[in-house]
Design a protein around this ligand. Structure first.
Ligand SMILES: Cc1cc2nc3c(=O)[nH]c(=O)nc-3n(C[C@H](O)[C@H](O)[C@H](O)COP(=O)(O)OP(=O)(O)OC[C@H]3O[C@@H](n4cnc5c(N)ncnc54)[C@H](O)[C@@H]3O)c2cc1C
Ligand code: FES
Length: 279
């Protein structure tokens, strides 16, 4: 069983778990993800690795409560055990000395982005990290960002903390040279940032989050189109070239199951957290 050793409430509906999973920790690399099943018979959710410690045999991930299974995960406490944690899955990020690297994170994906910032810094890069959030109440890990970056900027949608919106990024791109950009966050944000870096010719890597089932290349649910080619998010990614990604198709495919997901979430909430779909 996968015991939760640490539970940190990052924001209202954003939580980080550090879980005992030595086999996963031994092989984990930045950019890879896990498939977590909270309870026996439960749904599989893909979540990105945001830290690992080989000696302690732990792996960490952070999640935003958006639907039934992530809400259910939020009810787990320190000392509880998760039914299954499979991983590491997907390809690790390409961490090299590129020179000046811009790491842009939005919402819950700030947590795994900082693992990339840390690895890029350790590889000798000058790292600028941008933390994007909805408002000041949704900002977390700013101190960790400072510790693993040369420069940190904060932006919020409503301007309650840092810059208002991400438009300031354009000024930054005009002022400074960057050799690589890594973006992790909501799909619309990754699309927006990729469009900003395109005229500057900065290679831009995005983490795509299509709906997944097995996470191992078997079901085909996670199809994405990159450079006109159909690829699998799980085994070909999850990182892809942001300048060649068909984001609009990804957004459409992510919404395919929306009515069922909403119903499942409502049923779960109105039953007081009981898995009535299985009964
Ligand atoms: C490779 C990968 C890494 C991810 N990393 C993280 C992470 O680190 N932290 C985090 O909070 N979320 C992450 N996600 C998204 C996360 O998996 C979904 O939010 C989760 O599966 C939703 O499950 P649910 O039952 O709570 O909600 P659902 O009711 O299933 O869905 C609610 C919303 O989430 C979207 N969604 C549903 N299932 C998936 C899925 N399997 N993949 C992507 N989006 C989905 C739906 O389009 C819908 O808008 C990642 C997704 C992928 C594919
Ligand atoms: S999730 Fe099944 S092939 Fe990728």
């Amino acid at each position: 069983m996968y015991e939760i050793l640490t539970k940190i409430q990052l924001a209202h509906k954003e939580t980080l778990f550090e879980v005992h999973a030595p086999e996963v920790a031994a092989k984990a690399r930045p950019g890879q993800f896990l498939i977590v099943i909270p309870r026996a018979g439960g749904e599989r959710v893909p979540l990105t690795i945001c830290d690992y410690d080989v000696e302690r045999g732990t792996v960490s991930f952070a999640f935003h409560e958006v639907g039934k299974t992530t809400k259910e995960l939020g009810t787990f406490e320190k000392g509880d055990c998760l039914y299954n944690v499979t991983g590491p899955l997907g390809n690790p990020s390409e961490i090299r000395n590129y020179g000046r690297v811009l790491c842009v994170g939005g919402s819950i994906m700030i947590a795994p982005l900082l693992l990339q910032s840390k690895a890029m810094k350790a590889a000798g890069n000058h790292v600028t990290t941008i933390l994007g959030c909805r408002s000041k109440d949704f900002l977390f890990m700013a101190d960790k960002a400072k510790a693993c970056s040369d420069e940190v900027h904060v932006a919020s949608d409503d301007g309650t903390v840092g810059e208002k919106g991400l438009d300031f990024l354009n000024e930054l791109l005009k002022k400074e040279r960057y050799d690589r950009c890594v973006v992790m966050g909501p799909v619309v944000m990754m699309k927006y940032v990729s469009e900003m870096t395109r005229p500057f010719g900065i290679p831009t890597v995005v983490t795509l989050t299509p709906i997944m089932i097995d996470g191992m290349g078997m079901c085909g649910v996670c199809r994405v189109t990159v450079g006109g080619k159909m690829l699998f998010g799980c085994v070909d990614g999850p990182e892809f070239d942001g300048h060649n990604t068909n984001f609009d198709e990804l957004i459409k495919r992510q919404r395919t199951m929306l009515p069922e997901e909403r119903l499942s979430s409502i049923l779960w909430e109105t039953s007081g957290g009981c898995d009535c779909e299985r009964q």
